[in-house]
Each structure stands twice: as structure tokens, then as C-alpha cells.
Design a binder for this molecule. Structure first.
Ligand SMILES: [Cu+2]
Length: 131
């Protein structure tokens, strides 16, 4: 009887531990394993207009790009994240301002670019790889 009780207690403790572990896993999955915030800026010495980075990497999930158009820049800019059916754009900002754009991204390769004028055609774009 005592032996049975001990085994029963151990089984209960094991079950409780399993439930707790499951809850932890679910919380990690739901709260988001991979929210990423990236920094990006326009280079002030335009023209030609350029970002300060031509490639970015992020974890799958909400990906936020904090974008700075520095005070010394000559022109307005924005950032667009596009690819795999996603297209999210930040507001266009004048020099000396900051903005951001956020997109919920799956694994894959995306493009980020500036949608102002001919900036993208002139090379103001880059690749965002989501893993
Ligand atoms: Cu631009």
C-alpha cells in the first residue's frame, strides 16, 4: 500500500511536470520566439540615395525596421518590406526624422526598398532574409 502510494505520488508529480513543460512550450510559441527589431538608416551623402545596409536578417515572426533619415540627408525616404505576398510600407519622412515599419514574416527572402521617386531604381534597396 505504501509502495503503491509512493508510485502514485511520483506519477502525479511527473504528470504535473509534464503539464508545466507543455504550458511553457505553448507560451514560448504564442508569445513569439522571434520578434526582431532592425536598425536601418539612409546615408546622408546622397545622391545617389542609399540605405546604410544592403542586407538584413531576422527571425520569423514580427519584424520591425526602425528607420532613420538623418538630418544631413538631401531628400525624403521611406522603407517598404515586400515579398512572398507581403507588402508593408512606413510613412515617407523628411531628413531628421525616424519612423518604422513592421511585418509578420515567415521564413523566406524579402526585399526592402525606398518607394520615393526613382530611389529604388537607383539602388536604394536590399535583401531581408528571414530564418
Ligand atoms: Cu529614398
Amino acid at each position: 500500500m505504501r509502495k503503491f502510494l509512493g508510485a502514485s505520488l511520483a506519477a502525479t508529480a511527473l504528470a504535473a511536470a509534464a503539464v508545466i513543460a507543455l504550458i511553457v512550450v505553448l507560451v514560448v510559441l504564442l508569445v513569439g520566439s522571434g520578434d526582431t527589431t532592425l536598425k536601418l538608416a539612409a546615408r546622408p551623402e546622397a545622391p545617389p540615395p542609399r540605405f546604410d545596409k544592403s542586407s538584413l536578417t531576422a527571425d520569423a515572426g514580427d519584424v520591425k525596421i526602425d528607420f532613420t533619415n538623418p538630418a544631413g540627408a538631401q531628400m525624403p525616404h521611406n522603407v517598404v518590406i515586400e515579398g512572398n505576398g507581403v507588402k508593408e510600407a512606413s510613412p515617407v519622412i523628411q531628413p531628421g526624422n525616424n519612423t518604422s515599419v513592421t511585418a509578420d514574416l515567415d521564413e523566406g527572402t524579402y526585399t526592402f526598398y525606398c518607394a520615393v521617386g526613382q530611389h529604388r531604381a537607383n539602388g536604394m534597396e536590399g535583401t531581408l532574409v528571414v530564418k
